[in-house]
Write a protein that binds this ligand. Structure first.
Ligand code: NAD
Length: 413
Protein backbone atom coordinates (compact mmCIF):
# COMPACT_ATOMS: atom_id res chain seq x y z
CA UNK A 1 0.00 0.00 0.00
CA UNK A 2 1.39 3.37 -0.97
CA UNK A 3 1.00 6.64 0.83
CA UNK A 4 2.36 9.96 -0.31
CA UNK A 5 1.74 13.69 -0.52
CA UNK A 6 1.61 15.65 -3.76
CA UNK A 7 2.33 19.39 -3.60
CA UNK A 8 0.22 21.28 -6.11
CA UNK A 9 1.08 24.83 -7.20
CA UNK A 10 -2.29 26.43 -7.99
CA UNK A 11 -2.13 29.54 -10.16
CA UNK A 12 -5.27 31.63 -10.71
CA UNK A 13 -7.01 30.69 -7.44
CA UNK A 14 -8.34 34.22 -6.99
CA UNK A 15 -10.43 33.76 -10.15
CA UNK A 16 -13.92 32.34 -10.53
CA UNK A 17 -12.96 28.84 -11.67
CA UNK A 18 -9.68 28.59 -9.83
CA UNK A 19 -11.24 29.43 -6.49
CA UNK A 20 -14.62 27.77 -6.43
CA UNK A 21 -14.29 24.66 -8.60
CA UNK A 22 -10.60 23.83 -8.29
CA UNK A 23 -9.45 25.07 -4.90
CA UNK A 24 -12.57 24.75 -2.75
CA UNK A 25 -14.64 22.06 -4.44
CA UNK A 26 -11.71 19.89 -5.58
CA UNK A 27 -8.27 20.20 -3.98
CA UNK A 28 -9.35 21.37 -0.51
CA UNK A 29 -12.26 18.92 -0.51
CA UNK A 30 -9.79 16.14 -1.33
CA UNK A 31 -7.36 17.35 1.35
CA UNK A 32 -10.10 17.54 3.96
CA UNK A 33 -11.27 14.03 3.06
CA UNK A 34 -7.76 12.72 3.79
CA UNK A 35 -6.68 12.44 0.16
CA UNK A 36 -7.62 10.11 -2.67
CA UNK A 37 -7.77 6.35 -2.41
CA UNK A 38 -5.43 4.54 -4.81
CA UNK A 39 -5.97 1.29 -6.67
CA UNK A 40 -3.70 -0.57 -4.21
CA UNK A 41 -5.72 0.61 -1.21
CA UNK A 42 -3.16 3.27 -0.26
CA UNK A 43 -3.83 7.00 -0.31
CA UNK A 44 -2.37 10.11 -1.85
CA UNK A 45 -2.80 13.37 0.05
CA UNK A 46 -2.58 16.84 -1.54
CA UNK A 47 -0.94 20.03 -0.33
CA UNK A 48 -1.82 23.21 -2.25
CA UNK A 49 0.58 26.11 -2.79
CA UNK A 50 -1.44 29.18 -3.76
CA UNK A 51 0.09 31.23 -6.58
CA UNK A 52 -1.04 34.61 -7.89
CA UNK A 53 -0.24 38.28 -8.35
CA UNK A 54 -1.95 39.84 -5.36
CA UNK A 55 -0.22 39.23 -2.03
CA UNK A 56 -3.13 40.45 0.11
CA UNK A 57 -5.67 38.22 -1.62
CA UNK A 58 -3.40 35.18 -1.40
CA UNK A 59 -2.64 35.72 2.28
CA UNK A 60 -6.34 36.11 3.04
CA UNK A 61 -7.26 32.97 1.02
CA UNK A 62 -4.52 30.94 2.66
CA UNK A 63 -5.67 31.97 6.14
CA UNK A 64 -9.34 31.35 5.34
CA UNK A 65 -8.65 27.81 4.15
CA UNK A 66 -5.82 26.80 6.43
CA UNK A 67 -3.23 26.63 3.67
CA UNK A 68 0.42 27.09 4.70
CA UNK A 69 2.09 27.98 1.43
CA UNK A 70 1.45 30.81 -1.01
CA UNK A 71 3.60 32.84 -3.40
CA UNK A 72 3.51 35.74 -5.85
CA UNK A 73 6.54 34.34 -7.67
CA UNK A 74 5.36 31.63 -10.11
CA UNK A 75 8.88 31.09 -11.50
CA UNK A 76 10.23 30.27 -8.06
CA UNK A 77 7.34 27.90 -7.34
CA UNK A 78 7.85 26.12 -10.65
CA UNK A 79 11.57 25.79 -9.90
CA UNK A 80 10.86 24.42 -6.41
CA UNK A 81 11.75 20.70 -6.42
CA UNK A 82 9.21 19.96 -3.68
CA UNK A 83 6.35 20.95 -6.03
CA UNK A 84 5.00 17.97 -8.01
CA UNK A 85 2.12 19.46 -10.01
CA UNK A 86 1.46 22.83 -11.61
CA UNK A 87 -2.22 23.79 -12.02
CA UNK A 88 -3.35 26.72 -14.17
CA UNK A 89 -6.66 28.62 -14.05
CA UNK A 90 -5.30 32.00 -15.05
CA UNK A 91 -6.80 34.01 -17.87
CA UNK A 92 -6.35 31.99 -21.07
CA UNK A 93 -3.76 34.34 -22.60
CA UNK A 94 -1.28 33.54 -19.77
CA UNK A 95 -1.54 29.77 -20.05
CA UNK A 96 0.93 28.72 -22.74
CA UNK A 97 3.95 30.38 -21.12
CA UNK A 98 3.11 28.99 -17.69
CA UNK A 99 2.44 25.42 -18.82
CA UNK A 100 5.56 25.44 -20.99
CA UNK A 101 7.74 26.54 -18.07
CA UNK A 102 6.15 23.98 -15.75
CA UNK A 103 6.57 21.03 -18.09
CA UNK A 104 10.15 22.05 -18.89
CA UNK A 105 10.79 21.94 -15.14
CA UNK A 106 9.44 18.38 -15.10
CA UNK A 107 6.18 19.19 -13.30
CA UNK A 108 2.99 17.28 -14.02
CA UNK A 109 0.34 19.72 -15.20
CA UNK A 110 -3.40 20.02 -14.78
CA UNK A 111 -5.06 22.95 -16.48
CA UNK A 112 -8.24 24.75 -17.34
CA UNK A 113 -9.27 24.93 -20.95
CA UNK A 114 -8.57 26.20 -23.55
CA UNK A 115 -4.88 25.31 -23.34
CA UNK A 116 -3.95 28.02 -25.85
CA UNK A 117 -5.36 30.72 -28.06
CA UNK A 118 -4.00 29.18 -31.29
CA UNK A 119 -3.80 25.64 -32.61
CA UNK A 120 -0.08 26.00 -33.20
CA UNK A 121 0.52 26.78 -29.53
CA UNK A 122 -1.85 24.04 -28.35
CA UNK A 123 -0.04 21.46 -30.48
CA UNK A 124 3.34 22.71 -29.26
CA UNK A 125 2.14 22.16 -25.69
CA UNK A 126 0.97 18.64 -26.54
CA UNK A 127 4.30 17.90 -28.14
CA UNK A 128 6.18 19.22 -25.11
CA UNK A 129 4.02 17.05 -22.88
CA UNK A 130 4.94 14.03 -24.96
CA UNK A 131 8.67 14.91 -24.93
CA UNK A 132 8.87 15.54 -21.19
CA UNK A 133 6.77 12.50 -20.31
CA UNK A 134 4.91 14.36 -17.55
CA UNK A 135 1.31 13.47 -16.79
CA UNK A 136 -0.85 16.21 -18.29
CA UNK A 137 -4.57 16.67 -17.72
CA UNK A 138 -6.95 19.23 -19.18
CA UNK A 139 -10.34 20.03 -17.64
CA UNK A 140 -13.08 18.04 -19.45
CA UNK A 141 -15.54 18.66 -16.64
CA UNK A 142 -18.77 18.22 -18.58
CA UNK A 143 -17.98 14.55 -19.25
CA UNK A 144 -17.98 13.84 -15.51
CA UNK A 145 -21.40 15.31 -14.82
CA UNK A 146 -24.36 13.05 -14.03
CA UNK A 147 -26.50 14.13 -17.01
CA UNK A 148 -23.80 13.44 -19.57
CA UNK A 149 -22.58 10.27 -17.86
CA UNK A 150 -26.14 8.97 -18.13
CA UNK A 151 -26.44 10.08 -21.76
CA UNK A 152 -23.24 8.25 -22.65
CA UNK A 153 -24.53 5.15 -20.88
CA UNK A 154 -27.63 5.21 -23.12
CA UNK A 155 -25.34 5.38 -26.16
CA UNK A 156 -23.29 2.41 -24.87
CA UNK A 157 -26.44 0.40 -24.21
CA UNK A 158 -27.69 0.93 -27.77
CA UNK A 159 -30.79 2.80 -26.54
CA UNK A 160 -30.92 5.13 -29.56
CA UNK A 161 -30.67 2.60 -32.40
CA UNK A 162 -28.95 4.53 -35.18
CA UNK A 163 -28.10 7.99 -33.87
CA UNK A 164 -29.23 10.72 -36.23
CA UNK A 165 -28.61 14.06 -34.60
CA UNK A 166 -27.71 16.03 -31.52
CA UNK A 167 -28.93 19.51 -30.72
CA UNK A 168 -27.45 21.49 -27.92
CA UNK A 169 -28.52 24.76 -26.35
CA UNK A 170 -26.11 26.59 -24.10
CA UNK A 171 -26.35 30.05 -22.69
CA UNK A 172 -27.93 32.67 -20.52
CA UNK A 173 -28.14 36.44 -20.31
CA UNK A 174 -24.87 38.01 -19.19
CA UNK A 175 -25.62 41.50 -17.99
CA UNK A 176 -23.86 44.30 -19.82
CA UNK A 177 -22.47 45.72 -16.58
CA UNK A 178 -24.10 49.18 -16.58
CA UNK A 179 -27.28 48.92 -14.53
CA UNK A 180 -26.26 45.58 -12.95
CA UNK A 181 -22.71 44.21 -12.67
CA UNK A 182 -21.87 41.54 -15.27
CA UNK A 183 -21.68 38.01 -13.88
CA UNK A 184 -18.67 37.10 -16.06
CA UNK A 185 -15.25 38.80 -16.23
CA UNK A 186 -14.89 41.57 -18.81
CA UNK A 187 -11.89 39.91 -20.54
CA UNK A 188 -14.35 37.31 -21.85
CA UNK A 189 -15.71 40.00 -24.20
CA UNK A 190 -12.36 41.34 -25.47
CA UNK A 191 -10.71 39.41 -28.29
CA UNK A 192 -7.33 41.01 -27.54
CA UNK A 193 -7.48 39.50 -24.01
CA UNK A 194 -8.32 35.97 -25.15
CA UNK A 195 -12.11 36.36 -24.88
CA UNK A 196 -14.95 35.14 -27.09
CA UNK A 197 -17.62 32.46 -26.69
CA UNK A 198 -16.31 30.36 -29.59
CA UNK A 199 -12.84 30.08 -28.04
CA UNK A 200 -14.44 29.46 -24.66
CA UNK A 201 -17.09 26.88 -25.57
CA UNK A 202 -16.07 25.03 -28.76
CA UNK A 203 -13.28 23.27 -26.86
CA UNK A 204 -15.99 21.94 -24.52
CA UNK A 205 -18.18 20.93 -27.45
CA UNK A 206 -15.30 19.05 -29.07
CA UNK A 207 -14.75 16.74 -26.11
CA UNK A 208 -18.49 16.45 -25.42
CA UNK A 209 -19.12 15.33 -29.01
CA UNK A 210 -16.11 13.00 -28.99
CA UNK A 211 -17.05 11.62 -25.60
CA UNK A 212 -20.72 11.00 -26.42
CA UNK A 213 -20.85 10.36 -30.16
CA UNK A 214 -17.56 10.24 -32.05
CA UNK A 215 -15.04 12.32 -33.91
CA UNK A 216 -15.88 15.74 -35.34
CA UNK A 217 -15.16 15.86 -39.09
CA UNK A 218 -16.41 19.29 -40.18
CA UNK A 219 -17.73 22.57 -38.78
CA UNK A 220 -19.96 25.32 -40.12
CA UNK A 221 -20.41 28.24 -37.78
CA UNK A 222 -21.79 31.74 -37.57
CA UNK A 223 -20.25 33.76 -34.76
CA UNK A 224 -21.52 37.20 -33.81
CA UNK A 225 -21.16 40.00 -31.30
CA UNK A 226 -24.74 40.82 -30.37
CA UNK A 227 -23.87 43.35 -27.65
CA UNK A 228 -21.16 45.73 -28.89
CA UNK A 229 -20.65 47.75 -25.68
CA UNK A 230 -20.26 46.43 -22.16
CA UNK A 231 -19.13 47.85 -18.81
CA UNK A 232 -16.10 46.45 -16.99
CA UNK A 233 -15.41 45.67 -13.33
CA UNK A 234 -14.77 49.36 -12.58
CA UNK A 235 -17.95 50.49 -14.33
CA UNK A 236 -16.15 51.82 -17.42
CA UNK A 237 -17.68 51.18 -20.87
CA UNK A 238 -15.57 49.19 -23.32
CA UNK A 239 -15.95 47.87 -26.85
CA UNK A 240 -16.87 44.17 -26.84
CA UNK A 241 -14.48 43.03 -29.57
CA UNK A 242 -15.10 39.30 -29.11
CA UNK A 243 -18.04 37.17 -30.21
CA UNK A 244 -20.78 36.63 -27.62
CA UNK A 245 -22.77 34.02 -29.59
CA UNK A 246 -21.80 31.13 -31.87
CA UNK A 247 -24.27 29.06 -33.87
CA UNK A 248 -22.52 25.87 -34.96
CA UNK A 249 -23.16 22.77 -37.04
CA UNK A 250 -20.74 19.92 -36.39
CA UNK A 251 -20.54 16.84 -38.60
CA UNK A 252 -19.69 13.85 -36.46
CA UNK A 253 -18.94 10.21 -37.30
CA UNK A 254 -19.61 7.49 -34.73
CA UNK A 255 -17.08 4.68 -34.17
CA UNK A 256 -19.48 2.48 -36.19
CA UNK A 257 -19.21 4.88 -39.14
CA UNK A 258 -22.67 6.50 -38.87
CA UNK A 259 -22.88 10.20 -39.66
CA UNK A 260 -24.49 12.40 -37.00
CA UNK A 261 -25.42 16.05 -37.42
CA UNK A 262 -24.83 18.06 -34.24
CA UNK A 263 -26.06 21.62 -33.89
CA UNK A 264 -25.10 23.63 -30.84
CA UNK A 265 -26.11 27.20 -30.06
CA UNK A 266 -23.85 29.00 -27.59
CA UNK A 267 -24.85 32.45 -26.40
CA UNK A 268 -24.31 34.95 -23.62
CA UNK A 269 -27.16 37.01 -25.06
CA UNK A 270 -30.09 34.64 -24.64
CA UNK A 271 -32.67 34.19 -21.91
CA UNK A 272 -33.26 30.75 -20.45
CA UNK A 273 -36.47 28.81 -21.12
CA UNK A 274 -34.92 25.43 -20.33
CA UNK A 275 -34.44 23.30 -17.25
CA UNK A 276 -30.65 23.74 -17.25
CA UNK A 277 -28.10 26.22 -18.63
CA UNK A 278 -26.96 23.61 -21.13
CA UNK A 279 -29.06 20.84 -22.62
CA UNK A 280 -28.33 18.27 -25.32
CA UNK A 281 -30.98 16.29 -27.19
CA UNK A 282 -29.93 13.13 -29.00
CA UNK A 283 -32.38 11.61 -31.49
CA UNK A 284 -32.07 8.09 -32.85
CA UNK A 285 -34.25 5.65 -34.75
CA UNK A 286 -35.22 3.80 -31.54
CA UNK A 287 -35.30 6.55 -28.97
CA UNK A 288 -34.35 10.06 -27.93
CA UNK A 289 -32.90 11.58 -24.78
CA UNK A 290 -32.38 15.06 -23.38
CA UNK A 291 -29.55 15.58 -20.92
CA UNK A 292 -28.54 18.60 -18.91
CA UNK A 293 -25.64 18.72 -16.52
CA UNK A 294 -27.57 16.83 -13.88
CA UNK A 295 -30.72 15.25 -15.33
CA UNK A 296 -31.45 13.01 -18.26
CA UNK A 297 -34.89 12.11 -19.63
CA UNK A 298 -35.65 9.73 -22.47
CA UNK A 299 -38.44 8.60 -24.77
CA UNK A 300 -38.48 5.20 -26.47
CA UNK A 301 -39.81 4.51 -29.94
CA UNK A 302 -42.77 2.62 -28.44
CA UNK A 303 -43.73 5.66 -26.36
CA UNK A 304 -43.35 8.19 -29.12
CA UNK A 305 -46.57 10.17 -29.77
CA UNK A 306 -47.75 10.85 -33.31
CA UNK A 307 -48.42 14.57 -33.54
CA UNK A 308 -50.11 15.89 -36.64
CA UNK A 309 -49.32 19.42 -37.71
CA UNK A 310 -52.45 21.55 -37.54
CA UNK A 311 -52.01 25.19 -36.59
CA UNK A 312 -55.79 25.63 -36.34
CA UNK A 313 -56.00 23.47 -33.21
CA UNK A 314 -54.46 24.07 -29.79
CA UNK A 315 -51.77 21.56 -28.77
CA UNK A 316 -53.44 18.49 -27.29
CA UNK A 317 -50.37 16.46 -26.28
CA UNK A 318 -48.53 17.13 -23.00
CA UNK A 319 -45.19 16.68 -24.76
CA UNK A 320 -42.97 17.28 -21.74
CA UNK A 321 -44.84 14.67 -19.70
CA UNK A 322 -44.09 11.98 -22.27
CA UNK A 323 -40.45 11.61 -21.23
CA UNK A 324 -39.13 9.32 -18.50
CA UNK A 325 -36.39 10.26 -16.07
CA UNK A 326 -33.30 8.07 -16.56
CA UNK A 327 -31.76 7.20 -13.18
CA UNK A 328 -28.06 7.94 -12.78
CA UNK A 329 -27.65 4.71 -10.76
CA UNK A 330 -24.51 6.21 -9.24
CA UNK A 331 -23.66 8.85 -6.69
CA UNK A 332 -21.64 11.32 -8.71
CA UNK A 333 -19.69 14.04 -6.93
CA UNK A 334 -18.62 17.41 -8.34
CA UNK A 335 -17.31 16.82 -11.89
CA UNK A 336 -14.14 18.86 -11.38
CA UNK A 337 -13.28 16.88 -8.25
CA UNK A 338 -13.88 13.54 -9.97
CA UNK A 339 -11.46 14.47 -12.73
CA UNK A 340 -8.89 15.77 -10.21
CA UNK A 341 -9.05 12.47 -8.34
CA UNK A 342 -8.53 10.48 -11.51
CA UNK A 343 -5.64 12.76 -12.53
CA UNK A 344 -3.95 12.36 -9.13
CA UNK A 345 -4.18 8.57 -9.41
CA UNK A 346 -2.61 8.82 -12.86
CA UNK A 347 0.25 10.95 -11.50
CA UNK A 348 0.97 8.42 -8.75
CA UNK A 349 0.80 5.55 -11.24
CA UNK A 350 3.07 7.43 -13.68
CA UNK A 351 0.64 6.99 -16.59
CA UNK A 352 -1.01 9.44 -19.01
CA UNK A 353 -4.34 11.03 -18.11
CA UNK A 354 -7.01 10.16 -20.67
CA UNK A 355 -7.99 13.79 -21.32
CA UNK A 356 -4.67 15.34 -22.16
CA UNK A 357 -3.08 18.08 -24.21
CA UNK A 358 -3.81 16.42 -27.56
CA UNK A 359 -7.53 16.25 -26.88
CA UNK A 360 -7.28 19.88 -25.75
CA UNK A 361 -5.52 20.79 -29.01
CA UNK A 362 -8.44 19.30 -30.96
CA UNK A 363 -10.71 21.57 -28.92
CA UNK A 364 -8.63 24.64 -29.76
CA UNK A 365 -8.63 23.52 -33.39
CA UNK A 366 -12.44 23.32 -33.46
CA UNK A 367 -12.69 26.84 -32.06
CA UNK A 368 -10.15 28.19 -34.53
CA UNK A 369 -11.87 26.52 -37.50
CA UNK A 370 -15.29 27.60 -36.22
CA UNK A 371 -14.14 31.21 -36.23
CA UNK A 372 -12.65 30.76 -39.68
CA UNK A 373 -15.84 29.13 -40.97
CA UNK A 374 -17.80 32.17 -39.86
CA UNK A 375 -15.31 34.69 -41.22
CA UNK A 376 -15.17 32.97 -44.61
CA UNK A 377 -18.84 31.95 -44.71
CA UNK A 378 -18.13 28.30 -45.45
CA UNK A 379 -18.03 24.72 -44.13
CA UNK A 380 -14.59 23.57 -43.04
CA UNK A 381 -13.33 20.00 -42.80
CA UNK A 382 -11.23 19.25 -39.78
CA UNK A 383 -7.81 17.75 -40.44
CA UNK A 384 -6.42 15.23 -37.97
CA UNK A 385 -3.67 16.37 -35.66
CA UNK A 386 -0.57 14.30 -35.26
CA UNK A 387 2.19 15.36 -32.96
CA UNK A 388 4.83 14.62 -35.60
CA UNK A 389 3.33 17.21 -37.94
CA UNK A 390 1.84 20.20 -36.21
CA UNK A 391 0.13 21.53 -39.30
CA UNK A 392 -1.73 18.22 -39.64
CA UNK A 393 -2.24 16.36 -42.87
CA UNK A 394 -5.36 17.09 -44.87
CA UNK A 395 -7.75 14.27 -45.66
CA UNK A 396 -9.85 11.91 -43.58
CA UNK A 397 -9.04 11.94 -39.90
CA UNK A 398 -7.70 8.88 -38.25
CA UNK A 399 -9.71 7.90 -35.23
CA UNK A 400 -7.95 10.22 -32.84
CA UNK A 401 -10.59 9.71 -30.19
CA UNK A 402 -8.33 7.34 -28.31
CA UNK A 403 -9.75 8.32 -24.96
CA UNK A 404 -13.27 7.43 -25.99
CA UNK A 405 -13.63 3.84 -24.89
CA UNK A 406 -15.34 3.61 -21.56
CA UNK A 407 -14.81 7.31 -20.99
CA UNK A 408 -17.98 8.21 -19.23
CA UNK A 409 -18.81 4.99 -17.53
CA UNK A 410 -15.31 5.09 -16.07
CA UNK A 411 -16.09 8.53 -14.63
CA UNK A 412 -19.14 7.09 -12.94
CA UNK A 413 -17.15 4.65 -10.82
N1 NAD B 1 -14.23 24.52 -17.30
C1 NAD B 1 -15.14 25.48 -17.35
O1 NAD B 1 -16.32 25.22 -17.36
C2 NAD B 1 -14.69 26.93 -17.35
C3 NAD B 1 -15.63 27.94 -17.09
C4 NAD B 1 -15.19 29.26 -17.08
C5 NAD B 1 -13.87 29.58 -17.35
N2 NAD B 1 -12.99 28.58 -17.64
C6 NAD B 1 -11.58 28.86 -17.93
O2 NAD B 1 -10.92 29.16 -16.71
C7 NAD B 1 -9.96 30.20 -16.91
C8 NAD B 1 -10.21 31.32 -15.89
O3 NAD B 1 -11.50 31.85 -16.12
P1 NAD B 1 -12.30 32.62 -14.96
O4 NAD B 1 -13.67 32.78 -15.46
O5 NAD B 1 -12.06 31.97 -13.66
O6 NAD B 1 -11.56 34.04 -15.02
P2 NAD B 1 -11.27 35.08 -13.83
O7 NAD B 1 -11.04 36.37 -14.52
O8 NAD B 1 -12.31 35.01 -12.79
O9 NAD B 1 -9.93 34.55 -13.18
C9 NAD B 1 -8.70 34.66 -13.85
C10 NAD B 1 -7.53 34.43 -12.92
O10 NAD B 1 -6.35 34.80 -13.64
C11 NAD B 1 -5.71 35.88 -12.96
N3 NAD B 1 -5.26 36.86 -13.94
C12 NAD B 1 -5.99 37.76 -14.59
N4 NAD B 1 -5.23 38.50 -15.42
C13 NAD B 1 -3.99 38.04 -15.27
C14 NAD B 1 -2.75 38.40 -15.82
N5 NAD B 1 -2.64 39.36 -16.72
N6 NAD B 1 -1.68 37.74 -15.39
C15 NAD B 1 -1.78 36.74 -14.50
N7 NAD B 1 -2.93 36.35 -13.94
C16 NAD B 1 -4.03 36.99 -14.34
C17 NAD B 1 -6.71 36.50 -12.03
O11 NAD B 1 -6.07 37.10 -10.95
C18 NAD B 1 -7.55 35.30 -11.66
O12 NAD B 1 -6.93 34.58 -10.60
C19 NAD B 1 -10.08 30.65 -18.35
O13 NAD B 1 -9.05 30.07 -19.12
C20 NAD B 1 -11.42 30.10 -18.80
O14 NAD B 1 -11.43 29.73 -20.17
C21 NAD B 1 -13.39 27.27 -17.64
Amino acid sequence: MSSQVLRIAMNGVTGRMGYRQHLVRSVLAIRDAGGVELEDGGRVQVEPVLVGRNEDKLRELAARHDVDAWSTDPDAVIADPSVDIYFDAQVTSRRVAALTAAMRAGKHVFTEKPTAETLEEAVALARLGQQTGVTAGVVHDKLYLPGLVTLRRLVDEGFFGRILSLRGEFGYWVFEGDSQPAQRPSWNYRKEDGGGITTDMFCHWNYVLEGILGRVDAVTAKTVTHIPTRWDESGRPYAATADDAAYGIFEVTTPGGDPVVAQINSSWAVRVFRDELVEFQVDGTHGSAVAGLRRCVAQQRGHTPKPVWNPDLPVTEPFRDQWLEVPANADLDNGFRLQWEEFLRDVVAGRPHRYGLLSAARGVQLAELGLRSSAEGRRIEIPSITLDDATAAEGPREDTVVERAGALTEAAR
